[in-house]
Design a protein around this ligand. Structure first.
Ligand code: GNR
Ligand code: NI
Length: 181
């Protein structure tokens, strides 16, 4: 297993649509395991392959608490088969938008079809935080971030702060001249 670097916004790779894997082979299985290791270390409750720079439709989720047994979900080519008319609002966070949170409205319940780690076609019904998290991860595979669901004002504020943080982190200490180059 390997922990992978997580891409943070703004980054053009987070806006790309990921390609279906078609079938689950050893490489996809390894990616799922590496993503789980990365997610647990972060820590986070979900991770999409897009966030580690792999443009494949693969996601992992685990909502278990730290004092509980792990309950990892591994999904390839996930598809929303049904969403409820009823909506729910959750305060969402994202490992690609570190330290920023916003209320996002999404369908409260879903049915998702996917290929599991053994390549078996499965379906899962979810509500609550699990439904929110799976939708958040499928969004990543389509190049969509949670800030794309909030007002332009809030979105731009968050993205501006992240860009600023990125620029200052890229600069060596006390160096003004590095920006001129
Ligand atoms: O760790 C995460 N927490 C979270 C909280 C509310 C709604 C969605 C999420 S997913 C996020 C990890 C992440 O960025 N996944 O893409
Ligand atoms: Ni995210």
């Amino acid at each position: 297993m390997a922990k992978l670097p997580i891409i943070t916004a703004p980054d053009p790779r987070l806006k790309k649509k990921a390609a279906p894997v078609g079938a689950v082979d050893a490489e996809v299985r390894q990616l799922m395991d590496d993503m789980l290791e990365t997610m647990y270390a972060a820590p986070g409750i979900g991770l999409a392959a897009t966030q580690v720079g792999v443009m494949k439709r693969v996601l992992v989720v685990d909502l278990s608490r730290e004092d509980e047994e792990r309950q990892p979900l591994r999904m390839a080519d996930p598809e929303l088969l049904w969403v409820s008319d009823e909506d729910a609002s959750y305060e969402e966070g994202c490992l690609s938008l570190p330290e920023h949170y916003a209320d996002v409205v999404r369908p409260a319940a879903i049915r998702v079809g996917y290929l599991d780690q053994d390549g078996e076609r499965r379906e899962l019904e979810a509500d609550g935080l699990l439904a929110t998290c799976i939708q958040h991860e499928i969004d990543h595979l389509d190049g969509i971030l949670f800030v794309d669901h909030v007002s332009a004002l809030k979105r731009n504020m968050i993205l501006r702060k992240l860009l600023k943080a990125k620029k200052s982190a890229a600069l060596p200490p006390y160096s003004e001249s590095a920006t001129a180059a």
